[in-house]
Write a protein that binds this ligand. Structure first.
Ligand code: AMP
Length: 287
């Protein structure tokens, strides 16, 4: 069932709650692919009812980013959800979420701002204000849907860590369920932004996962000096790549590591032409 209105969604969820049913929420920006579907499948399996939100959230895009050209494929998204056992696809308009005129400046909207330590690094460094927009919209979705569980992908691991922190700090009574990264056979992590890649770009995009897999293989062989691990990346980079960051950080609190251990995550962001791609790998997990 497709719902655009907050009021209608609330009424529906209220009837579920009255029946004592558990509710799972999968927040997305749409253009759904197998990565999103893995989150949806987990929610459908674990919860009595599942809501998938599809909302391209304007306040998490920085000036000059791809807000206008971000892929919007609601009809196909609805079909995927229907075939996966989703109960409600919630697709509000920006006006429904942010009000008449939807004035998005933080002079006119109450924001949820995550701690500076978590956002002054990795994606937060180049995407200033991005995580304020994410935390604000996720909070709104939590308040609208009031789920018992919410499912987030490790593909956006900095986001996942920040959401967990927010839920903990603000005592939000929702369990955050992390879900592993879904990749193509080539190793490329699925992303709605992969749609922007030309055939040639797609080949160059393999550098992200190759760099991460190789670093993990080196770590498993006993190399734990992060500088030495960093340098192995150069083998996979060419003139088509612009490396934004390749960093070694703690999986719980994002502190920088100089010596890698099993709780270290390697984060990478790479630009290929105008397309910016991110990926990460946890060194301690089995491949
Ligand atoms: P998005 O629509 O890009 O905002 O993503 C919605 C949710 O799907 C986020 O929690 C993402 O981390 C998750 N997600 C996106 N791509 C993948 C993937 N390849 N594997 C696992 N989760 C993903």
């Amino acid at each position: 069932m497709l719902i655009h209105s907050i009021k209608e969604l609330r009424e529906k969820v209220k009837t579920w709650k009255a029946e004592g049913l558990s509710v799972g929420l999968v927040p997305t920006m749409g253009a759904l692919h197998a990565g999103h579907k893995s989150l949806i499948d987990r929610s459908v399996k674990r919860c009595d009812r599942t809501v998938v939100s599809v909302f391209v959230n304007p306040i998490q895009f920085c000036p000059g980013e791809d807000l206008d050209k971000y892929p919007r494929t609601l009809e196909a998204d609805e079909k995927l959800c229907e075939g996966s056992g989703v109960d409600i696809v919630f697709a509000p308009s920006p006006k429904e979420m942010y009000g008449e005129g939807h004035i998005l400046s933080n002079d006119f909207l109450t924001y949820v701002i995550p701690p500076y330590f978590y956002v002054d690094k990795l994606c937060g460094k180049s995407r200033v204000g991005h995580f304020d927009g994410v935390c604000t919209v996720v909070n709104k979705l939590f308040n609208i849907v009031q789920p018992d569980y919410a499912f987030f992908g490790e593909k956006d691991r900095q986001q996942l860590i920040i959401i967990k922190k927010m839920v903990n700090d603000l005592n939000i009574p929702i369990e955050i369920v992390p879900c592993p990264i879904v990749r193509e056979d080539s190793g490329l992590a699925l992303s709605s932004r992969n749609k922007y890649l030309s055939d040639e770009d797609r080949v160059n995009a393999l550098a992200l996962s190759k760099i991460l897999f190789n670093i993990k293989a080196c770590y498993k062989k006993g190399v734990n000096d992060c500088k030495a691990l960093f340098e192995t990346a150069y083998e996979y980079l060419n003139e088509s790549h612009s490396l934004e960051y390749l960093e070694f950080r703690d999986a719980d609190n994002l502190e920088e590591k100089t010596t890698a251990d099993d709780n270290t995550v390697v984060f990478i962001a790479l630009k290929i032409g105008n397309v910016r791609l991110i990926d990460n790998i946890m060194l301690g997990e089995e491949c």
